[in-house]
Design a protein around this ligand. Structure first.
Ligand code: NAD
Length: 513
């Protein structure tokens, strides 16, 4: 076997002690049951993490609430300086952290590095933002009055994240929340707990070096039961949750039940529309990377291709040809395109979806299946599949978190393609491949794509941190990362100041005493 330097990577991330079970007593080590993290790459045990018991959770919340009281008083640009230092540490540890992401989650090493780069980018963004948390000033209708709005830190922000972006999603939330003056409590996916501990180790060191309380960033480990402690906790004014629609519906109700705020980033069912004059070469690259990158386990993965009938066969042939070139195997080996699924449950769901698609009348164009043999010991490696299907199939309506691409056909106008693209419950990412200005503009118009992300001549997969990220409908409506997404992590206050000796009322109301 090739040594990909995992041992050294774990050591640099401070994870060796965890393997040996010697907890440092730091607040992120719990006393609950133990989660064993197995790599989907080769099935071996990477490490064990103790989960957070309800008693531990109380200690974490005490630490977070008292840290918040201190942190919120630090001027925002000074908070930005801490985030800058955190970004610097991430630059130094990009390689080992990228490797851990790849090994624990199963995405390619390149994508693991890309994920850490995304963390670095959002830190840079947050540093700049720390001098721009501005509100507006308005003209008061009353003489001698001034009116303005300001944004204050919100409190302790809860972050619940999914397995597929085990570090970046946390950073998108936490880097912004930190400059906004919030303390954060993070529950990473129980499928990638070591990524969580590695990140916590990095920020804990930065906080220590600056004599700041570690409670500014807290980690709680475990499954949905640990997440529920936070969704039901009145001390957490905002819960940012990334994951399945099923999870989002439960979290949204729990948080709304106590009139808290939730920021939801849920599943997608993303499509690329291919018009008659599309550049076929670009379409193939965009669609194949979108469908098989991260083994189809991105919320923005391309799941449906909606192709005009006039170019249908051409696109179909080009894509099926491209699938023959795909190399499946160890994601740490840069020669491979496709790594494993997260676990064998995900493999079952993938196989089940292929079966359902056939049962509903789909035609398998590129055969799926589970790979067996020496290099596929974990049982998590599957072949990317292509199925000719109809948008109305129940299975096409669902997000299967695996590399299955459905080919759909449209005829006539681009409106017919847009109707299919919008004809699902999810609304995350969408794209059109076209050289027609009219079709592109229709796709982007008010009657066009109903998704939070709509691209022209690039695929559905991935996004830059500068834009607000998120989707509509059952994707949950939340927005994270760039643009003005920071506002959700703060509370807005409107202030009116009277600098006269009279007390006029608004709307000219008279009240003389
Ligand atoms: P999941 O819903 O199984 O779990 C996500 C997280 O929610 C985990 O940390 C889990 O422990 C927690 N959780 C589950 N039930 C909970 C409950 N009742 N209360 C509190 N916490 C609970 O999702 P997953 O399998 O880890 O991730 C895949 C899903 O995430 C896909 O649907 C994907 O599209 C979605 N996703 C969306 C985005 C986005 O930005 N829109 C990004 C990444 C992933």
């Amino acid at each position: 076997a090739i040594d990909f330097g995992m041992d050294k990577a774990l050591q640099r991330l401070g994870l060796k002690e965890i393997n040996e079970g010697t907890s440092t007593g730091s607040i992120h080590f719990g006393s609950g049951e133990i989660i064993s993290s197995y790599s989907p790459v080769d099935g071996s045990l990477i490490g064990k993490v103790k989960t957070t018991s309800p008693e531990d959770y109380e200690k974490v919340m005490d630490a977070a609430t008292s840290a918040f009281k201190e942190w919120r008083l630090l001027p925002a640009p000074q908070r930005g300086e801490i985030v800058r230092q955190f970004g610097q540490k991430l630059r130094e540890l990009k390689e080992p952290l990228g490797k851990l992401v790849s090994y624990e989650m199963g995405k390619s090493y390149q994508e693991g590095l890309g994920e850490v780069q995304e963390m670095i980018d959002i830190c840079d963004f947050a540093v700049g933002l720390s001098r721009q948390l501005h509100g507006l000033t308005m003209h008061s209708e009353r003489p001698g009055h001034r009116m303005y709005e300001q944004y204050h830190p919100l409190g302790v922000v809860g972050i619940i994240s999914a397995f597929n972006f085990p570090v970046a999603v946390w950073a998108w939330n936490t880097a912004l929340a930190w400059v906004c003056g919030d303390a954060c409590v993070w529950k990473p996916s129980e499928k990638t707990p070591l990524c969580g501990v590695a990140c916590q180790n990095i920020i804990a060191q930065v906080l220590k070096e600056n004599n700041l309380p570690e409670g500014i960033s807290c980690l709680i480990n475990g499954d949905y039961r640990v997440g529920e402690l936070m969704t039901q906790d009145k001390r957490v004014p905002l819960v940012s949750a990334t994951g399945s629609i099923r999870m989002g519906k439960i979290v949204a109700q729990a948080v709304a039940g106590r009139l808290g705020k939730s920021l939801l980033e849920l599943g997608g069912n993303n499509a690329i529309i291919v018009t008659p004059d599309a550049d076929i070469k670009m379409t193939v690259i965009g669609a194949v990377f979108g469908a098989v990158g991260t083994a189809g386990q991105r919320c923005t993965s391309t799941r449906r291709l909606i192709i005009h009938e006039s170019v249908y066969d051409k696109v179909k042939n080009a894509i099926t040809d491209a699938y023959q070139q795909l190399r499946i195997g160890n994601p740490l080996d840069e020669n491979n395109h496709v790594g494993p699924l997260i676990d064998t449950d995900a493999v079952k769901m993938y196989l089940n979806a292929l079966q359902e698609a056939e049962k509903e009348g789909g035609t398998i164009l590129v055969e799926g299946g589970v790979l067996q043999g020496d290099h596929y010991d974990s049982g998590c490696y599957v072949k990317p599949a292509i199925v000719e299907a109809e948008n109305s199939f129940q299975i096409v309506q669902e997000e299967t978190f695996a590399p299955i691409l459905y080919l759909l056909k449209y005829s006539g106008d681009v409106e017919n393609a847009i109707a299919q693209q919008n004809g699902v419950v999810q609304g995350l990412s969408s794209a059109i491949m076209t050289n027609s200005l009219r079709d592109a503009e229709r796709f982007l118009s008010a009657s066009g794509s109903d998704c939070g992300i709509a691209n022209v001549n690039i695929g559905t997969s991935g996004a830059e941190i500068g834009g607000a990220f998120g989707g509509e409908k059952e994707t949950g409506g939340g927005r994270e990362s760039g643009s003005d997404a920071w506002k959700v992590y703060m509370r807005r206050q409107t202030n009116t100041i009277n600098y006269t000796t009279k007390l006029p009322l608004a709307q000219g109301i008279k009240f003389d005493l």
